[in-house]
Design a protein around this ligand. Structure first.
Ligand code: ADP
Ligand code: 3PG
Ligand code: MG
Length: 381
């Protein structure tokens, strides 16, 4: 059985009687907060994606116990996310992980109610895959559901070790993620990888893995600078990650920018970059080259913005989203910054699927699975 079937076969939708059952649901509502410390409506997409499984369980009168992390600082609180979500659900919040409060609240939950616990990363054990901090909650629960695809590349307690302790299932969003991401890897289709962004170190494995099966890799963003430099083109003061791509540099499937937007907003040929110049976006001629290839593709996987979008260098990314919306290709995208630019520029409708995963999507594409998927399946077969 392939991984998609295995995940679907272990979906929470396969459980018949959920009425009154206490279900721990691991969601990933990790969201960057606005300046006033609240959830910006433009940043709520991961939160919204968690609603489907929660609603599914509430409709079946389960008692839903939500757990998630937020940020990387153990001091960060999920309270703003709770404030946001309680506009949608009648939601309780347990601000401290106090054993007595937890026990009292969870024991007395009404059928069809939902409560959220505080940031699981306040505990060192979470990252060490150590369940000690969760044991009292687990002891009161009947089931565990992982609906947090985007953190399932981590071997953390709330997605991994917990699956040893309770009958465990995948959530509805999780199954959707693996279905779409796996579909984008179909080797029988004419596929194109559109790769941009800055952190080449996190993407090189994907490029290496997909090169044999794809038609082209269109490389933009600061990643292109690494290739241009390796091909002997001076990229001046442009940003480039320090990775060794010498084994790929002459690969004819890799298509690089022929022009660029510089620090003055001018379009220049990549041959005329001076030592003080910075390449900050792909130029219009490059957009045309990339668009033509996208137009012929059956599948396009996109990770990484084409330019330094947060400083306004966004036209290359917008042009690519536009090309995808016009093309018949099945398009899947993911990556924290990629998703941000898509949301900020209102390009969501241009894609068939936007993964909630950044690192998780990349790792799933490279490995065909994730540590937390393996743990759940291994412990619940
Ligand atoms: P993602 O989160 O989508 O995987 P990355 O984290 O790899 O993407 O890269 C996103 C970052 O890449 C953004 O901060 C963006 O400004 C930067 N970037 C893209 N193109 C360039 C460029 N030409 N020069 C400098 N930074 C760039
Ligand atoms: C993400 O934002 O990609 C996930 O929530 C995982 O967060 P992490 O990279 O801090 O583990
Ligand atoms: Mg990023």
């Amino acid at each position: 059985m392939n991984i998609v079937e295995q995940v679907k076969n272990r979906s929470i939708a396969t459980v018949d009687d959920l009425k009154g059952k206490k279900v721990i649901v691991r969601i990933d509502v990790n969201t960057s907060l606005g300046e006033n410390g609240t959830v910006d409506p433009g940043e709520d997409w991961r939160i919204l994606k968690s609603y489907r499984t929660i609603e599914y369980l509430l409709e079946r009168e389960a008692c839903v116990i939500l757990i998630s992390h937020i940020g990387r600082d153990p001091e960060e609180s999920l309270k703003p996310v709770y404030e946001y979500m309680k506009e949608h659900f009648t939601l309780g919040f347990i601000p401290h992980w106090d054993a007595q409060v937890l026990e009292h609240t969870i024991e007395n939950m009404q059928h069809g109610s939902v409560v959220m616990l505080e940031n699981v990363r306040q505990f060192d054990e979470e990252k060490n895959n150590n369940l000690d901090y969760l044991n009292n909650v687990i002891a009161m629960a009947d089931y565990y559901v992982n609906d947090a695809f985007s953190v399932s590349h981590r071997n953390h307690a709330s997605v991994s070790a917990i699956t040893e302790m309770l009958p465990s299932y995948f959530g509805l969003q999780f199954a959707d993620e693996v279905t779409h991401v796996a579909k984008a890897l179909d080797p029988s289709k004419k596929s194109v990888l559109l790769l941009g962004g800055a952190k080449f170190g996190t993407k090189i494995d994907l490029l290496e893995k997909l090169l044999p099966q794809i038609e082209y890799a269109l490389v933009g963003g600061a990643l292109a600078n690494v290739f241009l430099d390796a091909r002997g083109i001076d990229v001046g003061a442009s940003f480039k990650d320090d990775v060794d791509i010498s084994h790929m540099v002459e690969n004819p499937k890799i298509v690089l920018p022929i022009d660029a937007v510089d620090q003055h907003g001018d379009i220049i040929s990549v041959d005329e970059v001076r030592k003080e110049d910075m390449i900050l976006d792909i130029g219009h001629a490059t957009e045309k080259v990339f668009e033509k290839i996208i137009d012929q593709a059956e599948i396009v996987v996109w990770n990484g913005p084409m330019g330094k979008y947060e400083d306004g260098y966004v036209s290359g990314s917008v042009a690519m989203a536009d090309a995808l919306s016009k093309s018949k290709a099945f398009s899947v995208t993911g990556g924290g910054d990629t998703a941000t630019v898509i949301l900020e520029e209102d390009l969501v409708d241009d894609f068939d699927f936007i993964s909630t995963g950044g690192g998780a999507m990349l790792d799933f594409m490279v490995d065909g699975t994730l540590p937390a998927i393996d743990a759940l399946l291994k412990n619940n077969s």
